[in-house]
Design a protein around this ligand. Sequence first.
Ligand SMILES: [Zn+2]
Length: 167
Amino acid sequence: MRKLSEDERYMRQAITLAKKAAANGDVPIGCVIVYEGKVIARGYNRRNVDKTTLAHAEIMAIKKASKVLGDWRLEDCTMYVTLEPCQMCAGAIVQARIPKVVIGCMNPKAGCAGSILNLLDMKQFNHQVEVTRGIMETECSAMMSGFFAELRAKKKAAALKENNGMS
Ligand SMILES: [Zn+2]
C-alpha cells in the first residue's frame, strides 16, 4: 500500500474526529490544528450536542489551539478540516491569522473557501490564507453523503411508522 503523505495523515485524524460528530447525530466534520509538526488542537462539530451554532469543528479547534499557545494569533499553524469552512469559520481563520488550511472536500452549498466565495483569499483583508483542497476528498465526501443518506432513511422509516400507526 502507498505510504500516506503528511497532509493525508493529518486529514485522517480529522476524519476520525468527524466520525465522533456523526456518532452524536451531528454532521460529520472534523478538524485538527498542527503546530511544529504536532497536533495541538482537535475539534469536531458539536452544533446539535451543544445546541449552539458556534460549535463548528474549526471554532472548537481554534479555541483549543489558542489556549495551548496562549495567543489568539495562530501564525505558525496549519488547519486540517474535512469540509470546506463556512463563512463564520473562514472569518475566524482569517481573524486568527492561520497561514495555511488543508481541506478534504468542498461544500458547494455553503463553503466560503472557494465555493460561494473565498474569504480566505480576499486581497481587501490584511491576511490571506494558503489553501490546499482535495486531500482525502473521496473519504471526506463519502462520509458526508453516507451521513445524509442515513438521515433520509431514518426519516423515511419514521414517516412510514407514523403512517402505519394511523391506518
Ligand atoms: Zn463553520
